[in-house]
Design a protein around this ligand. Structure first.
Ligand SMILES: [Zn+2]
Length: 161
């Protein structure tokens, strides 16, 4: 504003200046308030999206960790029970409560752990051809060569009837 004349008594296009200026001022204030409201909404949206992004990244990491426990080979894919539980939890589903097979998986894993413990006992000697456990028993006339009776029993599938 270079014109220092007081607005009182001035005219714009033949109309009294004051009401026109007041109206324009009001419009500017309204537009400013609208722009601020839009900015606040945009900020809130941005915050919400950032939180959502963090939540999704964390969920994705959970899925990736779970799937990384899967053992994939030519014979098939072994899916550990705990990994399914983790996936269910991340997805908001209690798999233990809804999938009956998981009880069976748990028993299978317990059985596999037990077999692993037996194999650990009946392992082949580092230097030699004997079974560490069976040779340790020092029974005369007992075949202590590895694989011993125990390991052979584990490795020989039951003949299908
Ligand atoms: Zn043995």
């Amino acid at each position: 504003m270079t014109d220092q004349t007081p607005v009182h008594g001035c005219t714009i296009g033949g109309e009294p200046a004051m009401p026109i200026l007041i109206s324009e001022h009001t419009q500017l204030i309204t537009r400013l308030a609208e722009a601020e409201a839009e900015r606040d909404t945009a900020r809130a949206t941005n915050r919400r999206l950032n939180l959502e992004k963090q939540r999704l990244e964390s969920e994705l990491a959970t899925y990736r960790r779970a799937v990384a426990q899967w053992e994939v080979s030519e014979r098939g894919t072994y899916i550990p029970h705990a990994s399914l539980q983790a996936i269910g939890k991340a997805g908001g589903v209690d798999l233990l409560g809804t999938v009956r097979h998981l009880k069976h998986f748990q028993r299978v894993e317990q059985a596999e752990d037990a077999i692993e413990r037996v194999r650990e006992l009946h392992r082949k000697a580092n230097n030699g051809t004997t079974c560490v456990y069976c040779a340790g028993m020092q029974r005369i006339g007992y075949d202590t060569d590895w694989p011993c009776d125990t390991i052979r029993a584990l490795d020989t599938p039951e003949p299908t009837p």
